[in-house]
Design a protein around this ligand. Structure first.
Ligand code: NAD
Ligand code: 89V
Length: 343
């Protein structure tokens, strides 16, 4: 079968990982790139040997025959670019956060549905191999029926030097990082019916919140706590590890720092190392995230070739995005928020 012909829009900090991923996987390759910054276009074009370069996305859609487009720009441009892909009938992957607001996200899902265009949000954290390992234990039934979860991301890592825009937005940790962590909670424990949130800004040099704590009721009856911080200075920096505790009727799962997975079930306790592989182009500590980029891109190729809906389709991502909106609304009102009222 012929390789899928893809194009990438946005050649910034994170797109380099996506370009490595596309180079590594079978079944698809990037034939054109676009960035309105000529320097970023040159750097990425030269590094990955892409000759077809555009400074304007509309010109690229007009000039190329594409099987898909991969949008790796920051959130402000996601809606116009996704709608442009839909208008050109080109299947589309869009980086998280999918949109500035849930209303925008709903409009983007509608535009793609009406155009009959597949849409996947690049929500990659659930594809990290340690998270997949936790899901496999849950699916095996070893710990019985889950009743409690804690999904935790606490760090003092300087994310602002690589991504300076993170320091300037009114919204920070929930929109940028918490969105991954609530998505992991949904992936492991199911959809959420209500959410209570508290937020805080500890770092005085940024505009948004850098600490968020969320209490969630899942439709399955599970209660979970999702806690995120970029103001937590630890002896050993865990970035970018998500730590997990799940209690079930027959046992427990603990994913601890250093990618150590402890499972206690009817048969006793076992401890394993679920460290992600260090891909040839990856670098610590980002290798966990980098590996998940390859996994989600493989999933996209598989879904596109078999006409299947991706796990993190636009429609699915509305349920994750609603948790972000609920967290900001609930932190402001200090009241629980019902998720069905947002969807
Ligand atoms: P960046 O600012 O480094 O890069 C964005 C690039 O897009 C820039 O080069 C900019 O010139 C270009 N651009 C913006 N609007 C454009 C337009 N309309 N047409 C063409 N080019 C345009 O940002 P980044 O840190 O690479 O982040 C990009 C996205 O990736 C964000 O949504 C961010 O949240 C996400 N991200 C995801 C992960 C993850 O693990 N999934 C990690 C980091 C960043
Ligand atoms: O994954 C992300 O979206 C990144 C980071 C890990 C720094 O939060 O922005």
């Amino acid at each position: 079968m012929a390789e899928l012909r893809g194009a990438l829009i946005g050649c910034g900090f994170f797109a380099v990982n996506q370009m490595h991923g596309w180079r590594d996987i079978d079944g698809a390759s990037i034939v054109a790139i676009c960035d309105r910054d000529p320097e970023r276009l040159r750097i990425v074009g030269d590094q990955f040997g892409i000759a077809r370069r555009y400074s304007d996305a509309a010109e690229m859609f007009a000039g190329e025959t594409l099987d898909f487009v991969d949008i790796a720009t920051t959130v402000g441009s996601h809606r116009p670019l996704v709608e442009m892909a839909a208008a050109n009938r080109v299947p589309v992957i869009c980086q998280k956060p999918f949109a500035p607001t849930l209303a925008d996200a709903k409009a983007m899902v509608k535009a793609c549905a009406e155009a009959g265009v597949p849409l996947m949000v690049h929500e990659n954290f659930r594809w990290q191999s340690p998270i997949q390992a936790v899901r496999a234990v849950l699916d095996s039934g070893e710990i019985g029926k889950p009743f409690f979860g804690r999904i935790s991301f606490r760090s003092g890592y300087d994310v602002f030097s690589g991504q300076p825009y993170l320091a300037t937005g009114k919204r920070f940790i929930i929109e940028d990082l918490g969105i991954h962590i609530v998505d992991i909670a949904r992936f492991l424990l199911g959809d959420v019916s209500s959410l209570t949130a508290r937020t805080m800004r500890v770092n005085p040099n940024i505009a948004g919140e850098d600490v968020a704590t969320m209490l969630m009721d899942h439709e399955s009856g599970v209660t979970s706590v999702v806690d995120c911080s970029y103001a937590t200075k630890l002896a050993a920096e865990p970035f970018p590890e998500t730590l997990i505790e799940i209690d079930g009727s027959e046992g427990t799962i603990r994913l601890a720092q250093g990618y150590q997975l402890t499972v206690t079930g009817k048969g006793g306790t076992r401890i394993g190392d679920v460290s992600p592989p260090l891909l040839s182009w990856a670098s610590r500590p980002w290798h966990n995230i980098q590996e998940s980029v390859v996994a989600i891109q493989k999933h996209w190729v598989d879904c596109l070739t078999r006409a299947k809906e991706p796990a993190t389709s636009g429609a699915d991502n509305l349920k994750t995005f609603a948790l972000v909106e609920a967290a900001y609304a609930g932190a402001a009102s200090r009241q629980p928020v019902r998720i069905e009222d947002l969807l």
